[in-house]
Ligand binder design. Sequence first.
Ligand code: NAP
Ligand code: ZN
Ligand code: ZN
Length: 348
Amino acid sequence: MSIVKAYGASSSQSPIEPLNIQRRDLRPNDVQVEILYCGICHSDIHTARGEWAGTVYPVVPGHEIVGKVKAIGPTVTQFTVGQIVGVGVMVDSCRTCKNCKSNHEQYCEEGMTGTYNAPERDGSGMLTMGGYAAEIVTDENYVLRIKGEENLAGIAPLLCAGITTYSPLRFAGVKAGMKVAVVGLGGLGHMAVKFAVAFGAEVTVISTSASKVQEASKLGAHHFILAKDPAVLNDHASSFDIVLDAISADHDYTQYLNLLALNGKLLVVGLPEHQPKVSPFALIKNRRSIIGSMIGSIKETQEMLDFCHEHSIFAAIETIAISQINEAYERMIKGDIKYRFVIDMSTI
Ligand code: NAP
Ligand code: ZN
Ligand code: ZN
């Protein structure tokens, strides 16, 4: 075991504060990573503040990790010391169930092992601890290759915000000629815009923030609907093939279902604290469907990272020192960030 500097929450009421955590000794297949950057996902806030059931304290959030390999176990074949790598939302799964074997390990029948707040699969009773830390130790099969060393801070959010939007847009077959709306222009939403544009779709942002009108076009969006008052959405009924919902706060799905044209799909990735109601009448009209999606597999995450490298796609970020993290949480809740905070981990 080694003792590593980290930041985490000791209770749902406490701020994110310095603490020391233990990282396991390297197993034969493990990679030890010095963390350079870690993005701040809204899931970190939901978990740290106990908004979802099941947070065990202390919790060290962070699952958008880019770092440098510091050491490798004796049987590691895919990584070498000094290489730049990524660790995302998942660090293990059962590896034997139908879903794991078909490269859908994020849907492991036993439940995937999250990068933080999940019991380790070795039966030790230890909980995984995330990327607000100086180092992490991860099995090489759950580590990603990063090509190039340009803008590593802008790559970190791809490990969650990127794959969580890339995967459902690919699953829904988004391509040229399709009309896609992205609701909630935060960390996930802004990546959804970049991907939908890259796939050739006509993209509309639906946002509650007037301050984002100008910048949305810089992301490549073709249209912007300011929907502080949801009544404005009535003018856009039955007009989109796909609506991707990346809203972090409680809201009504029906108003977004109503936007879908024939066979339209509502792709749900946002995970608010309370479950919304859905009108079956809105669902049967136009044969609409609702599709949920959880991150992406390791294989698809690698495909997404390679796609971003090829197309020069990075997250739009604001880099912060780790001491600014509580302020960053408050600003995220207010929607005062374009579009992702990334912690420079050299400040730990
Ligand atoms: P974020 O950066 O905080 O963005 C959330 C956006 O939601 C805000 O920018 C805002 O967009 C919109 N919003 C906030 N409050 C709203 C309200 N009351 N009504 C309408 N819109 C509101 O969050 P994120 O990191 O992108 O995460 C988004 C959600 O996805 C979170 O719930 C997170 O836990 C979840 N998530 C899911 C997965 C998955 O695997 N499915 C993975 C990662 C995260 P506007 O300013 O444009 O209105
Ligand atoms: Zn996340
Ligand atoms: Zn499995």
